[in-house]
Design a binder for this molecule. Structure first.
Ligand code: SAH
Ligand code: DHB
Ligand code: MG
Length: 238
């Protein structure tokens, strides 16, 4: 079809409808309270990039954590604690969220955000490179849920640790694995390490017989989102 035959107005209307629907769902099912809003404000004031997950993504993380009855959660990449608050609120009083963050300034903001949101008691921020911190978590495993949202190139390495530190019924989630579809197609020769990282991650998840998996375009404009995977019990592996 040539451009002359594309009904631009109809497409724009459709896009507008899609956004309005997404907004309405988020407003209804994922309203932010003071704790979450102040984590966003703290990030903005500190000049951090605005790359937190969306409210609906936060609600989905919380939903998944509740569904698998999570008592221990591991997060890789904390920023200012926004996603961590959604997750920590799914924990029982004696539950634990450990979040790994390379930037000490971010880590400090996270601790403040967690305290303001009332989840300081069940959370712990560890500062350092995820690749250095992950090997030290053996004694804290198994985790019921792992959320991967740090640098994208080593996502497959993070997946290997997540698989080691989980058990049947555990849920492994990674953010930014779709990237306008780039995460789901073969990377060209010019592809950056972000793209090759997420492509490899999706391949490994989908081909792992221990996992049942799915990608969900669930960010603000449905062009990026999560790859979610549940660790299968032995008898359900293919
Ligand atoms: N999960 C957060 C957003 C995380 S942004 C939220 O949705 O609220 C990614 C974070 O990962 C940044 O804070 C960045 O400093 C951190 N990061 C990047 N590379 C890292 C690494 N190698 N190890 C640990 N943290 C890393
Ligand atoms: C980037 C990282 C994220 O975790 C995100 O949600 C969006 C962008 C980035 O590194 O560009
Ligand atoms: Mg992200």
């Amino acid at each position: 079809m040539t451009n002359d035959h594309v009904d631009v107005t109809a497409l724009q209307q459709q896009l507008q409808t899609q956004r309005a629907v997404q907004d309405a769902i988020a407003r209804t099912f994922a309203p932010e309270d003071e704790g979450l809003r102040s984590a966003l404000e703290a990030a903005k004031e500190a000049g951090m990039p605005e790359i937190q997950i969306s409210p609906l993504q936060g609600k989905l993380l919380q939903f998944l954590a509740i569904t698998c009855n999570a008592k221990k959660i591991l997060e890789i990449g904390s920023l200012a604690g926004y996603s961590g608050i959604w997750l920590a609120r799914a924990l029982p009083a004696d539950g634990r969220l450990i979040t790994l963050e390379i930037d000490p300034k971010h880590a400090e903001a996270v601790r403040n955000s967690f305290a303001r949101a009332g989840v300081g008691d069940r959370t712990e921020v560890r500062v350092g490179k995820a690749a250095d911190l992950l090997p030290q978590l053996e004694s804290e495993a198994p985790f019921d849920l792992v959320f991967i949202d740090a640098d994208k190139a080593p996502y497959s390495e993070y997946l290997a640790w997540a698989l080691r530190y989980t058990q049947p019924g555990s849920i492994i989630i990674a953010d930014n694995t779709i990237r306008q579809g780039e995460g789901l197609s073969n990377p060209g020769p010019q592809a950056d390490s972000y793209t090759t990282g997420i492509v490899e991650y999706n391949k490994r998840v989908v081909n792992n017989p221990r996992l049942l998996s799915l990608a969900l375009a669930i960010d603000d404009d449905n062009t990026d989102g999560f790859t979610i995977a549940v660790v299968l019990p032995e008898e359900k592996r293919s």
